[in-house]
Design a protein around this ligand. Structure first.
Ligand SMILES: Cc1ncc(C[n+]2csc(CCOP(=O)(O)OP(=O)(O)O)c2C)c(N)n1
Ligand SMILES: [Mg+2]
Length: 424
């Protein structure tokens, strides 16, 4: 067993260094279970304080942006500053509805896993804006290369709930025929590229897809996502090299939710910088945005999409947020972070903040809010019942023959042999 402790390395001593030693450094989060959470050192800019450059601005003029935080909604839910998006109240309401739908869906499906009806589930609690807002801000022909925490994209584009649940149950109507885990969705017609259990693969695929579109003179763009922890993988840097060298029309989003299962952001990047600042060495713009402020998220996406569609290339965006639930149904965050950390996150809850905005802008009421909740809850309960009638985990499954279909254009010899072994 390997123990990481502070190991002392004896360094060559100059006169002034006598007695000093270099210590092997292991980063540690500010607070562990039982400690009081401390967010005082987070680099958070005041609401509305960041200037919005022209979308045609050259990257050299944008070098301070990765160290600021773009925010629009103030404490009263009123937007401030240059990054307020041009958006109608009907679109804001739509964003809000789908964020609420995502939260209810996640909560119910998490419970369903505890009831043994599926093997695994993973929720996007606290990050609902990052699935729903891009889905609405980008066009139907654009393509999202998502992480597993962005089911909101599919919900906002009207992907049938029953189909999602059939996949989660891996029953006979699973649209992916048991080839994928629950939550690893794939829906090309909804602009949602296949998820993969191997984290970090999305960026390279997004850049390649975007390059192919540019090659064909299309103005479709790609958006790819990666988690904070996964930026420590080499594939992140390879994708950025291609994106910047070929000016790929792509938005590259880092979902910085502060945690990578049980490891904190300080293990993926030096605490004295930001994830967005990695853009600087690639010569592309890097933005940091409050991921719990749906209007700010919409605004930066519009900015980056406009650049990509007009030949100005890729933008790296750090969505600064907090994973307020467990990583997945297999995780217990109370073992590695203070229980109350999520509640004390200084940028609040994305759904509550948008609700407050709608209420203060008089475009919404408590009464309508209550009706909406009931309607969404009913929609999910009914879809759940319909999928349960087909069968939950183990009660029903896709035909084994389907496992061999739709993978290779021409059947692979191994699959042919396995089919024979099965007598099919
Ligand atoms: C290539 C690879 N390495 C490790 C894992 C195991 N794993 C799954 S999720 C995860 C943490 C990812 O954290 P982060 O990138 O911050 O994304 P988040 O879940 O916080 O959105 C790890 C290590 C994996 N699925 N794939
Ligand atoms: Mg993370």
């Amino acid at each position: 067993m390997l123990y990481f402790t502070a190991i002392r390395y004896k360094m060559p001593e100059s006169d002034s260094d006598k007695g000093k030693h270099q210590r092997f450094f292991i980063p540690e989060p500010n607070a562990r279970p039982g400690d009081t959470p401390d967010f005082s050192q987070l680099p958070i800019s005041p609401v509305g304080s960041v200037a919005r450059p022209q979308t045609s601005a050259s990257p050299e003029t944008l070098r301070d942006l990765p160290f600021k935080l773009i925010r629009t909604l103030n404490e009263d839910g009123i937007p401030e500053g240059e990054w307020q998006p041009e958006i109608t109240i009907a679109v804001v309401r739509k964003i809000y509805e789908y964020m609420r739908l995502t939260r209810i869906f996640d909560t119910k499906m998490f419970r369903v896993q505890r009831q043994g009806k599926t093997s695994f589930f993973l929720a996007s609690r606290g990050e609902e804006a990052l699935g729903v807002v891009p889905s609405i801000a980008l066009r139907a022909n654009d393509m999202c290369f998502p992480t597993y925490r962005q089911v909101g994209w599919l919900l906002a584009r009207g992907y049938p709930l029953v189909k999602l649940i059939n996949q989660i149950f891996n029953n006979s109507d699973d649209p992916l025929k048991g080839k994928q885990l629950p939550v690893l969705y794939s829906a090309r017609d909804f602009g949602f590229y296949s998820l993969s259990g191997n984290v970090g693969t999305r960026f390279g695929h997004a850049v390649g897809w975007a390059m192919a579109k540019a090659y064909r003179n299309s103005d479709d763009i790609a958006i790819g996502f990666i988690g904070d922890g996964t930026t420590a993988e080499g594939s992140f840097h390879e994708a950025l090299t291609f994106a910047s060298v070929y000016k790929a029309p792509v938005i590259l989003g880092i979902t910085n939710n502060q945690w990578a299962i049980s490891t904190f952001t300080g293990l993926a990047t030096n605490k004295d910088t930001t994830f967005a600042s990695k853009a600087l060495s690639y010569g592309i713009p890097g933005l940091r945005v409050d991921g719990n402020d749906a209007l700010a998220v919409y605004s930066v996406l519009e900015w980056a999409a406009d650049r990509a569609r007009h030949g100005h290339g890729a933008t790296l965006i750090e969505f600064f947020t907090y994973r307020s639930g467990a990583h997945s149904t297999s995780d217990d965050p109370e073992r590695y972070r203070p229980k109350e950390e999520a509640l004390l996150w200084p940028l609040g809850d994305p759904i509550e903040r948008l609700r407050q905005h709608l209420l203060t802008s008089k475009a919404w009421s408590e009464e309508k809010d209550g009706q909406l909740h009931k309607m969404l809850d009913k929609q999910i309960t009914e879809s759940l019942k319909e999928a349960e009638r087909i069968g939950v985990l183990g009660e029903s499954k896709p035909d084994v023959r389907e496992m061999f279909e739709g993978v290779f254009k021409e059947q692979d010899w191994r699959a042919v042999e396995q089919l024979k072994e099965l007598g099919l």
